[in-house]
Design a protein around this ligand. Structure first.
Ligand code: 6CS
Ligand code: FE
Length: 296
């Protein structure tokens, strides 16, 4: 008896080929369901992202920055799989599953300012698929090549649809020149298959430098011509809400000014991961949460 092949609306990597037009909504809720009004929701659906200035206060920025310093200097965490270091400098590049390492960041993920918006955008109860702090240190912070987060979360974590949204909160000033996140507005409407086959334990290298699952240069050029490139810049405390499938990247940071952001990834409880769509085994829980209990 052959195993029934599962429908894959977004074939990628060895299963993939041409661009696929997104067949799922970007915004699932409406203006009456939360803090975003209908105009804001229409803008988010069109661009694939929303920037909110002064999303958290200066006191919270100071509090979370202190947590960020504590976690990056905690010797007991060195060697922990949740700490990803820079390939060359060895400095901390990212720390994953921060809600388990910091009660304050756990509380932030449950704050109504975040939960109400995530539930509204995704039209359901939500849970954290992934959290991380990207440090992007001064002088030696390396960037992130063009990619769609959903391409990885579909291929390697098994998320069936792009019904997930990230909130990136700036803890330092995000300038155009210190590795600020670049996004292609509207690119979330197209699923770009990644190139290559997923090696075993790909995450042990991809979180330092992603080479598998990234789009071809031709695909990036075509999307950039069609969508243009915007950039998330802003004061510490501002937030970027961006759709899981928007094409984004950040350049290296050779300035003295770190670009440290918290990333909280909310997934709909209706979009819980199944088996990976283009990998032999799921990634570990600190990168792809397997506890789908709705956040409260
Ligand atoms: O593989 C991932 O889940 C991570 N990689 C990137 C480049 N962005 C999203 C996510 O943190
Ligand atoms: Fe990303």
């Amino acid at each position: 008896m052959t195993t029934p092949t599962r429908l894959d609306a977004y074939p990628t990597r060895s299963q993939g080929g041409e661009f696929v037009v997104r067949s799922h909504p970007t915004v699932w809720g409406s203006g009456v369901d939360g803090p975003f009004d209908d105009v804001a929701l229409q803008g988010h659906a069109r661009r694939g992202y929303t920037i909110l200035e002064d999303f958290i206060g200066a006191d919270e920025v100071a509090q979370f920055t202190a947590e960020l310093c504590r976690l990056s200097t905690d010797r007991s965490l060195r060697g922990d799989a949740r700490i990803v270091t820079e390939k060359v400098s060895g400095e901390v590049r990212s720390i994953f599953q921060v809600e388990r390492l910091s009660a304050q960041l756990d509380a932030l993920a449950r704050d109504p300012r975040l939960l109400d918006r995530a539930r509204q955008l995704l039209g359901s109860e939500v849970y954290l698929h992934q959290t991380r702090i990207n440090y992007m240190p001064g002088f030696k912070g390396t960037g992130f090549y063009w990619h769609s987060d959903f391409e990885t979360w579909h291929a390697e974590d098994g998320l069936p649809t792009p019904r997930a949204v990230s909130c990136s909160i700036a803890l330092t000033r995000n300038y155009p020149f210190n590795g600020g996140l670049m996004v292609m507005p509207g690119s979330h409407e197209v699923f770009v298959p990644g190139v290559g086959d997923t090696p075993e334990n790909n995450h042990t290298s991809s979180l330092r430098e992603q080479t598998v699952g990234v789009p071809s240069e031709a695909a990036i050029a075509s999307l950039a011509d069609r969508c243009g490139i915007d950039q998330f810049t802003g004061q510490a405390g501002s937030a970027l809400w961006f759709d899981s499938n928007i094409m984004h990247a950040s350049a290296n940071n050779i300035t003295p000014y770190p670009r440290s952001n918290i990333f909280l990834v909310f997934n709909s409880v209706e979009n819980a991961p199944e088996q990976p769509y283009a990998a032999t085994s799921p990634r570990p829980a600190h990168i792809a949460n397997r506890d789908f209990t709705p956040l409260g």
